[in-house]
Ligand binder design. Structure first.
Ligand code: ASP
Length: 325
């Protein structure tokens, strides 16, 4: 008798547990659908760079990729993934964004950033900010909390103070190694190590973001493509999301980020065909590169410079970090 009751309890327990368990498995599989790509700038990162420095870049890109991957695989949004990945790269001295922003011709720092969501084409951007620790977070606040898209200069800095984001003195961006490189540099207006991230989440929303200190030795007040929606950043859930890096003036001239989406939407190009058309046919050689993800989760990372720091991961097991072709 006792044994019978005992068996009934066990059977009852197992039956009630099975549906819960299989639901949980389905939820896990669904929660896992994502693609994320990151760039750390297109340029001329020499293969002869000391191994230890190469490793620092690879480790940083790996860490950035893990931050985004963990958010997305845990069911988080592409908006959070893009912001947090870029925050990490902005706080990392190795990259030309946030902390490691390059010097203007006056030896100061002016930072640009933008972010866009594919689900409703909303976007936010800041240009020429001088005291904002994480420009991409202020760009997100512009998108979410104002009726505007782009704030520049003093007004953008003041908006950051009003919103209570982290404020730093301009000297926070001054790094003595970078400063000595800048003093020695006789190659004006170089590009490189700008950061960007594009992600597709489990809710089929694509977010793209870009953050930069601009081009080394840029004239004070110069604004590049990175804070310009359609040039440096674009996202549309009907097609794809894009973040660009390179000589901003050429990316502005070619409406670079938007043209990829437009080629897909209006001419039926695949993501690869559209990216290749921009990078290898429309932009001149040595002008830069892009990272892009389409609505199916395919990704592309073409560039026409010597190097482009980049990383990609998805729920199908891709996890890679690359610098050269
Ligand atoms: N596109 C950025 C600019 O022109 C620079 C870069 O990507 O390295 O400001």
């Amino acid at each position: 008798m006792n044994l019978k009751i005992y068996l009934i309890i066990i059977i009852f327990f197992l039956i009630s547990f099975i549906p819960f368990n299989s639901n949980y498995l389905i939820a896990q599989q669904e929660g896992g659908k994502y693609t994320i790509v990151i760039h750390g700038g297109a340029g001329y990162f020499s293969k002869d760079t000391p191994e230890e420095i190469k490793q620092q870049y690879i480790n940083s890109l790996t860490e950035a990729l893990n931050i985004g991957k963990n958010i997305l695989s845990g069911g988080g949004t592409s908006l959070d993934a893009v912001e947090k990945v870029i925050n990490y790269l902005e706080d990392n001295i190795l990259f030309n964004a946030g902390r490691g922003a390059v010097f203007t011709s006056e030896g100061k720092h002016e930072l640009d950033a933008s972010i866009m969501q594919g689900k409703d084409l909303t976007s936010g951007a800041v240009a020429g900010v001088t005291i904002i620790k994480n420009p991409i977070s202020l760009a997100r606040l512009v998108m979410e909390k104002t009726e505007h898209v782009l704030f520049a200069g003093r007004g953008a800095d003041e908006l950051g103070i009003q919103f209570g984001v982290d404020i730093v003195p301009n000297s926070y961006f001054h790094d003595s190694t970078n400063y000595h490189k800048w003093l020695r540099s006789n190659l004006p207006k170089q590009q490189g190590e700008t950061v960007g991230c594009v992600a597709l989440d489990n809710y089929s929303n694509i977010t793209a973001g870009t953050s930069t200190g601009g081009r080394q030795n840029k004239m004070p007040g110069r604004v590049g493509d990175s804070p310009l929606i359609n040039a440096g950043t674009y996202a549309n859930n009907k097609t794809c999301g894009v973040s660009a890096t390179g000589i901003g003036e050429l990316f502005i001239k070619n409406t670079a980020a938007f043209i990829i989406s437009a080629l897909m939407e209006y001419k039926g190009y695949t993501l690869k065909q559209a990216c290749d058309e921009l990078i290898f046919n429309r932009l001149p050689e040595n002008s830069g590169g892009i990272i892009a993800v389409d609505k199916e989760g395919n990704f592309e990372m073409p560039f026409n410079t010597y190097s482009m720091m980049r990383a990609a991961a998805n729920n199908k097991g891709v996890f890679k970090v690359e610098i050269w072709k």
